[in-house]
Design a protein around this ligand. Sequence first.
Ligand code: ACO
Length: 423
Amino acid sequence: MSIAKLTLEGKEIELPTYRGTEEELGIDIGQLRGQTGAITVDPGFGNSGSCNSEITFINGEQGILRYRGYPIEELAENTTFPEVSYLLIYGELPSKEQLQSFREKLTYHSMIHEDMKKFFEGYPPTAHPMAILSSMVSSLSTYYPEMAEEDGDLNVLRLLAKVKTIAAYAYKKSIGQPFIYPRNDLSYCANFLHMMFAVPTEPYDVPKVLEDALNVLLILHADHEQNCSTSTVRMVCSSQADIFASISAGICALSGPLHGGANQKVLEMLEMIQQDGGDYKKYVNLAKDKNSDFRLMGFGHRVYKNFDPRATILRKTADEVLNNLGQTDPMLDIAKHLAEVALSDEYFVEKKLYPNVDFYSGILYRAMGIPTDMFTVMFALGRLPGWLAHWKELRDDPHSRIYRPRQIYTGATQREIVPIEKR
Ligand code: ACO
């Protein structure tokens, strides 16, 4: 294995390197501070690996995304969300028996404690469902304390099963409708749509086209290696905080508009462009203007510098679902124009800014009847198995240490306090 050499203030030190299974090269700086007194500085962590992981591989230059070695395109085409969740968390695709047993557990644990229903009453009607979701997930720890490792494993299943119920209840609360209990005869995705859209006064059959689209959406969001929210989950888990605290922190990190919150912002942006007469070129120019802080939401990605494979799949799925439902959506037309202009514009080409997953997911959620402020909750529902897989990987790593980065201090040097009457 090659050795990296660093010359610092006249002293040369050698740093070992190692490669991952996909030939990614890493320089091990574990001894750097001990040998030189120096640290590395990498704000935004664009060049820093925080861990080794066996869960997801991304090659941003080639637009590759694989979960446990399986290409995202094949998983989206051939599997369901519970199968992908099993794959991420336990490392292999389930056998028929394993899937049956997994599904039964996800169904068995899908109700939340009746007392927790009262919590929803305390939130104002304007509460954002992401804030409700993170608080409710954090509150689950009061019902399911982790005394031993087995509790953590059971809580993985509880979280997968209950988060969809909490998400649907948050929506029902926001529109003032009664909560709809989960049904044991429905699949994971159908059950969620049933809890969202059924009402006690009428029969409701979950349309197959929506169930299938939701499976694809959730699979595409299920993991994305060390993104902001997943790193947050690992950060909190590294202190040995319980699983609910770790996942709740991940939900909070996801809510930001530069991360999962972007899907809501994309639709709000498209609505704004439509209301402004549909002049999308004006907004492309605004995004390029250095004096404006407007960004084209749903464009650009820290890792993908060619195309986001999830956006490619979703663009096709959005077309299919809209055709199937017999809907036309002016937002999709604006989105397509925006994507075409941006993809051929020198600024976006040069900076490698391509449509990301959030660009098309909003159009699909909208076609499914999901309100805009629930979009990021849908992202959280999809990302949950990824967070759980990373939580489990870190918990089971005998070499893991608490995450504790260092800093370069740039504040005042030591000084004396001036008595208050003299300040
Ligand atoms: N519109 C216009 N210009 C952009 C955009 C955009 N959407 N994104 C980046 N740029 C420009 C920046 O102004 C910067 O220009 P400069 O070099 O002249 O200063 C350059 O491209 C690089 O941008 P950074 O912000 O440094 O890139 P970074 O990797 O830190 O951020 C991010 C990536 C946050 C995704 C960014 O592209 C962005 O804000 N996009 C819009 C929000 C969005 O869609 N987020 C969802 C991300 S995907 C996800 O979480 C699922």
